[in-house]
Design a protein around this ligand. Structure first.
Ligand code: CA2
Length: 160
């Protein structure tokens, strides 16, 4: 089985492209999924891509990533970023490298968005680059973890 990463998206991100384009852009979540799959393929990685409005479902996906032997988790926990100790606990318990993504620059927004529980479990954080942040996170994790580079490449995986 090819090395797999889980890309997890939190509440309301299903609305991407349909509402508040001045804040979140015009790309849809389907565009984000395509971007992630294309970028991951460059590094010989497959993607399990999920969005959920439910905290419990996100936690189940985090557990699943570990159980299925995923290489890493990329997560935009959306509003749960700023509130969910339960998601932090699940991420910490996975022992997988976690890369946190936000479409907007959360530090240039309301004060309550400056605190991220997810960051406490994250190896890397990217925010403010629009949906390209997902691509940057995938390029970054591939560089850090030493994934194989395309067909015929060699897997040189390091423990985080
Ligand atoms: O910038 C990000 O990616 C956020 O994670 C987005 C969350 C927000 O709560 C975080 O503070 C930062 C909100 C996601 C809601 O997505 C929508 C998309 C389109 C229209 C309305 C909401």
């Amino acid at each position: 089985m090819a090395d797999t990463i889980y890309v997890l998206n939190g509440p309301n991100l299903n609305l991407l492209g349909a509402r508040e384009p001045e804040k979140y852009g015009r790309a849809t979540l389907a565009d984000v999924e395509r971007l992630c799959r294309d970028r991951a393929a460059r590094h010989g990685l497959e993607v399990v891509f999920r969005q959920s409005n439910s905290e419990g479902e996100i936690i189940e996906s985090i557990h699943e990533a570990r159980a299925k032997g995923a290489l890493a988790i990329v997560i935009n926990a959306a509003g749960y970023t700023h509130t969910s100790v339960a998601i932090l606990d699940a991420l910490t318990a996975t022992d997988l490298p976690v890369f946190e993504v936000h479409i907007t620059n959360i530090h240039a927004r309301e004060h309550f968005r400056h605190r991220s529980y997810v960051s406490l479990a994250a190896r890397g954080v990217i925010c403010g680059f629009g949906i390209e942040g997902y691509g940057l996170a995938i390029d970054g994790l591939a560089a850090l973890l030493g994934t194989k580079q395309g067909a015929g490449g060699r897997t040189a995986r390091m423990r985080p």
